[in-house]
Design a protein around this ligand. Structure first.
Ligand SMILES: [Cu+2]
Length: 306
């Protein structure tokens, strides 16, 4: 990535982040990661700060810039999407000594046979898609093990971005020092086949969302704010055009993020700043039985923020 593009993205990200002192205090200033040679021109944008348990990940077409190793415990993943497309971070734990190459082969086989992925693939959440040039976050309880960060977003050609290079191995090692506390939420959203159930005040302002997957399938939560006067019909029409490579005009929505697909029984957190408008919660995870996105099975929840 060129430095100028990175600098622009950081400037935008900082502007979006100016919502509170707490947010501004986060270490989202890129640091030279351990992988980069000292004094190298191309400084890494991905980082991990063990003091604040914060991992910074940058996404772009079609790569992640992310730390290679972090320590276990509650961790804030901070995604900065340098664009130009929508991207997210789907964290996957690879059990049984499997590798990123095994993952690619297993997903290909699973797509061909319409069978669920093997049990050594454990969907672990992650910061869901923000706008291009936007940011999102997720707080996850990381256990020691081998993980990959991938992007399942498949705009504009139905080809998932992880097959185009958006796959990054992440090792989680045992923690030393003080562990981070589990976050405290003011809104809880449960995910289940096939509904979102929200408890707590969906009001204007900054909220910490607790996401609980009650299963039986893996689910995600993506939060979008509809542009003024736009509806889900406009969103669906825009998506169809985007897939056809014929998107015209600005998207009828803002993507705020959420939590990428997780395994039943898991709990994660994310923060989002709700400004007045019409919102929709969506799950795009393909159904285990018919392969249709869960939003077509009812995982679409609209709400209004005054
Ligand atoms: Cu992507």
């Amino acid at each position: 990535m060129s430095r100028s593009v990175g600098a622009f993205a950081i400037a935008v990200a900082t502007a979006l982040c100016a919502c509170s002192q707490k947010e501004a205090a986060k270490p989202d200033t890129p640091k030279v990661a351990q992988a980069g040679a000292p004094g190298a021109a191309a400084a890494s944008l991905g980082s991990f700060d063990p003091a604040t348990h914060t991992a910074v990940v940058h996404s772009k077409d079609f790569a992640f810039d992310a730390p290679d190793s972090i320590t276990a415990g509650w961790t804030t993943f901070h995604l900065v999407n340098d664009g130009p497309n929508l991207h997210h971070v789907q964290i996957v734990r690879l059990d049984s000594g499997k590798t990123a190459a095994d993952f690619g082969a297993a997903m290909e086989a699973s797509a061909k046979s319409h069978a669920p992925p093997p049990s050594w693939i454990v969907f672990y959440g992650g910061p869901n898609a923000p706008n291009p040039k936007g940011e999102s976050n997720a707080m996850l309880d990381m256990q020691p093990g081998n993980y990959i960060l991938i992007c399942f977003v498949d705009i504009p050609d139905h080809v998932p971005h992880f097959t185009k290079g958006m796959i990054h191995p992440l090792k989680v090692t045992a923690a030393a020092g003080a562990a981070a506390a589990e976050p405290t939420a003011d809104v809880t959203v449960t995910l289940a086949d096939y509904a979102f159930t929200a408890q707590g005040p969906l009001t204007a302002g900054k909220h910490t969302f607790k996401i609980v997957n009650k299963g039986p399938q893996a689910h995600e939560i993506e939060v979008i704010r509809l542009a003024p006067g736009k509806t889900m019909k406009d969103v669906n029409e825009f998506m169809d055009k985007a897939y056809a490579g014929k998107a015209d005009g600005p998207p009828p929505l803002d993507a705020l993020g959420g939590i990428a697909a997780d395994t039943p029984g898991m709990t994660e957190y994310f923060t989002a700043d709700l400004t007045p408008g019409n919102y929709v919660l969506l799950c795009f995870v393909p159904d285990a039985k018919d392969g249709k996105p869960h939003m077509q099975h009812g995982m679409v929840k609209e709400f209004k923020v005054n």
